[in-house]
Design a protein around this ligand. Sequence first.
Ligand SMILES: [Zn+2]
Length: 253
Amino acid sequence: MNADAVPPRDNPSEGQSTGATEEKWGYDLYPERRGDKYKPSLSSIAWKGEGREHIDKIKCERNVWNCVQKSPIIKLMMASLKSAGCEIDIRRHISCEVCDVSVSGGYDPELNQVVVCQNVARSEGMTQGVLAHEFIHMFDYCRNKLDFKNVEHLACTEIRAANLTHCSFFSAMGQGDASPFHIAKAHQDCVKNKAAASVMAVRRVSKEEAMEVVNRVFDKCYNDLEPIGRRVRRNSFDMQKAYSERFIYGYDD
Ligand SMILES: [Zn+2]
């Protein structure tokens, strides 16, 4: 299971399976993945307002549907997955579930499913972010037969996901009067930190160990821009451009 930490938190320490003697590969963060349906107790319904997970699921599925229909970046990525021979059936490959609150989404390679955490990723924008990020993992798994238990493979796909989605969104916001050199440096730092945090969310490694493996594979993975072809900046035409140029990369719709 490849877990992805909630975006504003760069250090998802709660996501680590501390105290366990064997690796859980992140499955502990997704109770419904273990076959347990999330069942709130009667007292938690009464006292904490839980028991609304069926409403959350309907909202989450509607957000997913809207992204699939309207979001250029999501449509591009679905087209690229299809042309790589990994066509997405949204009923089969995308699942809205209750997760640990330290994660917003994940990719389960055993079932080839993207998990959207319905109790965390509540807005359409956040759902788009989760889908875009997890589709990069799905693409890498499909294209390269990625082994998520190999920490270098894991670091590489997290670098690619952070580079192509998360950090490109954020770096565009803070550009202002920064010099191009500083933007490039800030972008690389964002990718390294985000990728290391994602590695730490599923593997019991220290920040130093996570950063070390990220640095080891960084150049190769940072420069691999498939399937988007360019880093996507929010509030720019990049998303539309990437989608309209999908034919150049050999993706048909
Ligand atoms: Zn990830």
